[in-house]
Design a protein around this ligand. Sequence first.
Ligand code: SF4
Length: 308
Amino acid sequence: MSAATTRSRIPDRLCAEAVDLARAAAEEAAAPGVVGEHVGVVSDGDRVVTHFFECKELGYRGWRWAATVARASRAKTVTLDEVVLLPGPDAVLAPEWVPWSERLRPGDMGPGDLLPTDAEDLRLEPGFTGEDALPPNSALSHEMAELVEAEDAEVTEEPPARLPSAPARGSIPAVAEELGMRRARVLSRYGLHAAADRWEEAYGSKTPMAQAAPASCVSCGFLTPIGGSLGQAFGVCANEFSPADGRVVSLAYGCGGHSEAAVMPKPPRPAPPVIDETRVDPFPLRPSADSGSVPATTDEESAELGHS
Ligand code: SF4
């Protein structure tokens, strides 16, 4: 027995000595030639012992053939219990299986992919679908109907049959629609917080870009406001030169493209020309006879011209 590993419990002596029985069983279960050295023995209980043999199969590095043997109380004959292939401490194993819904990462979805949303998705909660609207015989809805009828008569000249089938003004469905709640499900409080945390992390005040920015988005002309409660802390950047163009940014975010933070420098203006009035530039009326070019003027001639 080589490099035998034992637990605190001492293996039964007769079972521990039954290495040949265990090897024969392992070789019978495995393909020929893949059962290697005996690498350990452990006690699994009273008179129950498992022998481990190295697995020499190429695809199973670190795995071990485990042959469990046992004997009855007061019996001297050891018998085979079972043979299995088990991973050892250094075995190469496949990563733990993860359900697809937990494996999915932002950006994994492609064109045509469908992503079912769990009915119990914590990010969503029921919206207003009209199912819990007031019953028609409710005093409130009756009063409201009259009020709406009177208002509609004043405001619109369209015949009622041509009006779109939108909820009546002032009714609960109309208010729900105005608030953007008239959908089967809407963002829950948890969903709102999760989105705000994500956006804050990506385009928030703690990013290096915001830390180095001359001013924050809240005062930038490129910031487009968004509705809903998230609009109190976020907007959409509409500066094509900003790294956040088209992204939801925190009002505390900022970048060097801030509309007011840096003033465009004015182009330099050339200095006005300087006229030297102490010197006379000669302009001969005729070119010199030999070269056809304007003759050079000596200093004396310049002086004479200047005095004349
Ligand atoms: S340009 Fe810069 S400062 Fe202005 S909204 Fe976009 S990210 Fe914010």
